[in-house]
Design a protein around this ligand. Structure first.
Ligand code: ZN
Length: 402
């Protein structure tokens, strides 16, 4: 195929000049089988195969963040058939925009800038776009490039309904431990249940405000929620990741600092084993029997799912540890531990339990009550989730052989 560059770096030249065939006779068609919208590492890569070359251009727009592509008449009716698995895209709109022109708008979950944009022509035309993550300022600068006359973007409210749902942002389910008749650990009039609800609400706000995350809480108030229901809520929400938040009391030793627990049959030590058992016991005392056995087939299937999920959970624990300790926040001397926490038993949802501190430690309680410390901790968890999700997406691509 003879390839020549129609476009150039959009960040440098803004709107791309209309080029190539001006004598359009037939409507160009999109070939969905040869087109794709996918993540490659951190980058978003878009390939659109058209039946013939057409003039086109691309730009970014803000509020909400969008990638906007205009093409001389293209029939986009096959766009829903294009393989689309990008986490960067939350929705795609397409349709006629003005006489002779069609428009495709992709809503972006986080700031991206255009790294490459080109159309290779031969029998038909292949448009390839590559976008890379950027900070807010770079995105705003790229989106603020001047409009040519008569090409003002319509307000977002005027967009047609999405034709294609993106893989979208990461859905994080936050599980504030305990609640209602089960207050969890208590000290100086403070309960673990209350402290975790406050922390979960603040963490949710940070994750939602800073973009890129959907967040669901397993409880929004001081109510009892059985452990099994917590994992069911995660499943119903389509959770990509599950974080259970606790600040228990440990009688033995001098437990201090944040600890990340992953699920294992073998507990790291006696304290970890006792902690997991206590949570199950609290659950039983609250009236729910978790003792029913899974049948053999279900157990085998769950084991298979766990085998795939296990390395993803291990990486989640490591990236959270790195971002928390990297932010200079106090961690336990064994920052990653294992125990058989029932709430972590979803076989296919990466789940960890974070002991943000221990109420048995006066200094940990002081930190949990300090809004500045909580702000630092919520930011660290956000950064850890972002790092993990980027790494997870890149590795998923490798596994699939992309
Ligand atoms: Zn707890």
């Amino acid at each position: 195929m003879r390839a020549f560059l129609v476009a150039c770096l959009v960040v440098l030249c803004g709107w791309l000049p209309a080029a190539t065939a001006q004598d359009l006779s037939a409507l160009a068609r999109l070939e969905p089988a040869a087109s794709s919208i996918t993540d490659r590492g951190d980058a978003l890569e878009i390939t659109l195969s058209l039946s013939q070359p057409v003039p086109w251009r691309v730009r970014l727009a803000d509020d909400p963040r969008r990638l906007v592509m205009d093409f001389r008449e293209v029939d986009w009716s096959t766009l829903p058939d294009v393989a689309q698995d990008s986490r960067h895209i939350t929705a795609i709109h397409a349709g006629s925009f003005r006489p002779g022109w069609s428009r495709v708008v992709m809503e972006l979950a986080a700031p991206l800038v255009v790294d490459q944009a080109q159309m290779a022509t031969g029998q038909g035309a292949i448009v390839t776009l590559r976008l890379l993550p950027a900070d807010e300022a770079s995105f705003a600068a790229a989106a603020a490039l001047p409009e040519p006359p008569d090409w003002a973007l319509p307000p977002a409210a005027d967009l047609p309904p999405p034709v294609l749902r993106g893989a979208g942002p990461l859905t994080v389910v936050l599980d504030p431990g305990h609640g209602g008749i089960d207050p969890g650990a208590e000290r100086d009039g403070h309960t673990e249940a209350d402290l975790m609800l406050t922390f979960a609400r603040e963490l949710k706000e940070v994750l939602v405000r800073d973009g890129g995350f959907n967040v669901v809480l397993t409880r929004e108030e001081d109510v009892f929620v059985p452990l099994e229901t917590r994992t069911s809520i995660a499943r119903a929400a389509g959770a990509h990741v599950f974080l259970s938040l606790h600040a228990d009391a440990l009688a033995e030793g001098e437990a201090v600092g944040a600890t990340i627990y992953t699920l294992a049959d073998e507990a790291s030590d006696e304290a970890a084993r006792a902690l997991a058992e206590r949570h199950d016991r609290d659950d039983l005392l609250s009236g729910l029997d978790l003792s029913q056995q899974d049948d053999l087939v279900a157990t085998v299937l769950m084991d298979m799912a766990r085998t795939e999920t296990k390395p993803r959970i291990d990486r989640l624990a490591v990236t959270l540890r790195e971002s928390i300790s990297g932010a200079g926040l106090k961690m336990h001397r064994h920052p990653i531990q294992q125990a058989g926490f029932s709430v972590l038993k979803s076989p296919d949802i990466p789940s960890v339990l974070i002991e943000l501190g221990f109420l048995s430690s006066a200094s940990d309680l002081e930190r949990l009550l300090d809004p500045d410390w909580r702000a630092a901790m919520t930011a660290a968890i956000r950064d850890g989730l972002r790092a993990w999700s980027a790494q997870d997406a890149a590795l998923a691509g490798l596994v699939r052989g992309d």
